[in-house]
Design a protein around this ligand. Structure first.
Ligand code: GLV
Ligand code: GLV
Length: 330
């Protein structure tokens, strides 16, 4: 039986599942990240660790854990907080939680699309400020959705769910991906185009790529300049995919109509000027924040940990070859 560190209080069944599996769980009971020094101290000697996006999992942390560390299970679909190459070199399995949060994240993308298009935040602020003095024909006019063009950048599960939800609005769907995706084309009638074409044609551009060297600042000043002045940029993926300072300039100059963001380049901070842009809807990284989804992520993270610790293939390894080699080694 193994020792497992859980770096922050999480909802759902994970801790009970790990204890029921006979493991010893060291859990941070606070709903706050462990300071680095404590993380380095508490990880010593564990075989498994349940990490969060704010935990930087690098060689130093793996050294602090020790050679017996077998599995790092991130409570997230993204794993940009983990040095996966370093883990792979050491034969440590890295796991994530894809799939279970696709619907919730797609719903947040649509919250941003609808909220920016219909100026919901400005309307809410008007109500609360007591500035609503009666219906007006020119008050807070926004944009329609029906018949408009939606571009999905990154054709993974979340992008697919965002696209699928547009069927009710009878939108034309474009998608940007390195290869053709059968599901987008046959189920949704989507058309694959280059990023530049998507930016030029879309009324709504929704980002669903992971953050990598290639996607860092994918949406920069030049690319923002390709968008229509009536178009909206939606980001529920990772902040650094967008050059946030360039976005602020584009919003200030009304180069695009607005932006809906759930993620930020230097999260939890925002670029100077962003908060003052009225044509934005800004959420604090709520993509997977529903009770059902966080419970499902909790259960999946525990299943990932339990599988590796039992010598089995986990449901979702980021480096499946390492997981397979461990199974083969028994
Ligand atoms: C959230 O951003 C995640 O990667 O799960
Ligand atoms: C997430 O589940 C994705 O693959 O987009």
């Amino acid at each position: 039986m193994a020792d497992i560190l859980v770096t922050r209080q999480i909802p759902g069944p994970a801790i009970q599942m790990l204890r029921d599996g006979g493991h010893t769980v060291r859990a941070n009971d606070e709903d706050a990240p462990l300071p680095r020094a404590e993380l380095l101290e508490h990880i010593a000697g564990v075989e498994g660790v349940l990490t969060q996006l704010h935990d930087k999992v690098d060689a130093e942390l793996m050294d602090a854990a020790g050679d017996q560390l077998r599995v790092i299970a991130n409570y997230a679909v993204g794993f940009n907080n983990i040095d996966v190459d370093e883990a792979t070199r050491r034969g440590i399995v890295v796991c994530n939680t894809p799939g279970v949060l696709s619907d919730a994240t797609a719903d947040i993308a649509w919250t941003l699309i609808l909220g920016t298009a219909r100026r919901a935040i400005e309307g809410d602020q008007m109500m609360r400020a007591g500035d609503f003095h009666g219906w007006g024909p020119n008050m807070l006019l926004g944009g329609d959705l029906v018949g408009k063009t939606l571009a999905i950048v990154g054709a993974g599960r979340i992008g697919f769910e965002v696209a699928r939800r547009s069927i009710g609005w009878r939108m034309r769907i474009l998608y940007v991906a390195r290869s053709a995706h059968e599901d987008f084309e046959t189920e949704l009638g989507a058309e694959r185009v280059s990023l530049d074409e998507a930016l030029a044609q879309a009324d709504y551009v929704s980002l669903h790529v992971p953050i990598t060297d290639e996607t860092h600042h994918l949406i920069n000043a030049d690319r923002l300049a390709m968008m229509k002045p009536t178009a909206y940029l939606i980001n529920t993926a990772r902040g650094p995919v967008v050059d946030e300072a360039a976005l602020v300039t584009a919003l200030q100059n009304h180069q695009i109509a607005g932006a809906g963001l759930d993620v930020y380049e230097a999260e939890p901070k925002m670029a100077p000027g962003l908060a003052e842009c009225p044509n934005t809807l800004l959420l604090p990284h709520l993509g997977s924040a529903t009770h059902e989804t966080r419970d499902a992520m909790s259960a999946l993270t525990a299943r990932n940990l339990l599988a590796v610790l039992q010598g089995a293939q986990p449901p979702h390894a980021v480096n499946p070859d390492v997981a397979a080699a461990r199974v083969a080694d028994g």
